[in-house]
Each structure stands twice: as C-alpha cells, then as structure tokens.
Design a protein around this ligand. Sequence first.
Ligand SMILES: C[S@@+](CC[C@H](N)C(=O)[O-])C[C@H]1O[C@@H](n2cnc3c(N)ncnc32)[C@H](O)[C@@H]1O
Length: 210
Amino acid sequence: MSEPVENYLDSLFAKDSDLERVLEGIRERGMPEISVAPAYGRLLTLLATLARPHDVLEIGALGGYSAICLLRGMPPEGRLTSLEIREDYAEFARGNLAAAGYKDRSETVIGDASGSLERFVREGRRFDFFFIDADKENYPHYLEQAIRLARPGALIAADNTLLRGRTIDPGKEGPSVMAMREFNRRIAQDPRLTGAHLPAYDGLALAVVK
Ligand SMILES: C[S@@+](CC[C@H](N)C(=O)[O-])C[C@H]1O[C@@H](n2cnc3c(N)ncnc32)[C@H](O)[C@@H]1O
C-alpha cells in the first residue's frame, strides 16, 4: 500500500494510550520503529475477535504492540505467548503488556524462536492463532512449525510477505527474498492450508490450517 494511503487509514483510528506508550518507549530506547501500523493492529484485533482463539502464538514481540492488539480481540480466557530473541525487547514488551492489563494472560518467551517452537512441539502445546512477524529467512520453517502446533481450524497470519517489493523483483535473490518466495508459495499451494495473500501494507498472508 502507498504511504499516503497508509497514513490516511492510520489517521482514522483514535490515539490509544496503551499503544502510544509502546511507540514512545520504542523511540526513547532507539529500538527499530517496525511495530505494525495502527490500522493493521486493528485488523489483528478484528481477526482475533472473529477467530476467538484460546491460545495465540506470536513470533516477534518487539515492544508488544501487535500482542496488545491481538489480546484485545481475544476472549477473556484467551492467552498469548510471544517469542522474542532479545532480552531487552522482551522485558520492555512484558512491561507494556502488564501496563495494558494483560500481565496474567500473556508470556513473552526469550530466545531464538526456532528453539522455543521445537520445545513447544515436544511439550505437545497447541495454538489456535499464529502471527508470524520475525526474521524473514525463517518464515518457511515457522510456517511448518505453526502447522505442527496448530489445532484444526487455526489461523495463521504473517507480515511482510512482499518485502517492500523485493519479493517480486527478479533481480533479488538474497536469503530473505528466497525464503519469502518459498513461504508465499506454500501459503498458496500447501494442501494442509486454505491460504490467501493480501497485497496490503507490506504484504499480508492469511491461512487456515485444515
Ligand atoms: C517486526 S518486529 C515485531 C513487531 C511486533 N510484532 C509488533 O508489530 O509489535 C520483529 C521482532 O522479531 C524479533 N526476532 C528476530 N529474529 C528472531 C528470532 N530468530 N527469534 C525470535 N525473535 C526474533 C526481533 O528482535 C524483533 O523484535
């Protein structure tokens, strides 16, 4: 989506103190300003409202912005687990989730997501909703692990499928681009999924696990 369109749509949503706290903290700490946009966050809330997930797994917490958006749509008994490789980011996200009233309904797990996902598979954990928003080279791996961890009917959402145009640029063949093309193909073609691609924002994939 073009930046003016994105800015217009984001401007429609009222400022929100819990989400503003996250964004201000990110700026103060010099963290990357790569949280989902306000209108995108509302879409996550809407999807969680429709899916009514009991257990949500987010890969890539940063400051907890998208986690708060997801929790807002979840039923009161729903719990969110977020995976974050950086301890300082995870601590910051935990603080923001607590300040937003979600301390008892969320956990932020520190470490490389691949290791956490392997552990969850061993422990027999199951989830109803996944939001993939971390290192792009591992998207195909995260998708495979999400399918293993999914209850039937689980929803998978993933951000940045277009990599700001690099995904469709034939001149680009770096590891993130190659991984994203593979991920996008699987969303469209994997027989275990009913997948769809939306050319919104930086590309958004949605899939239901059959
Ligand atoms: C785009 S940001 C997440 C933004 C967040 N979902 C939001 O919208 O509020 C990606 C995050 O993934 C984390 N990350 C990157 N590689 C990771 C890995 N291998 N395991 C876990 N987290 C990782 C980064 O540290 C960063 O905080």
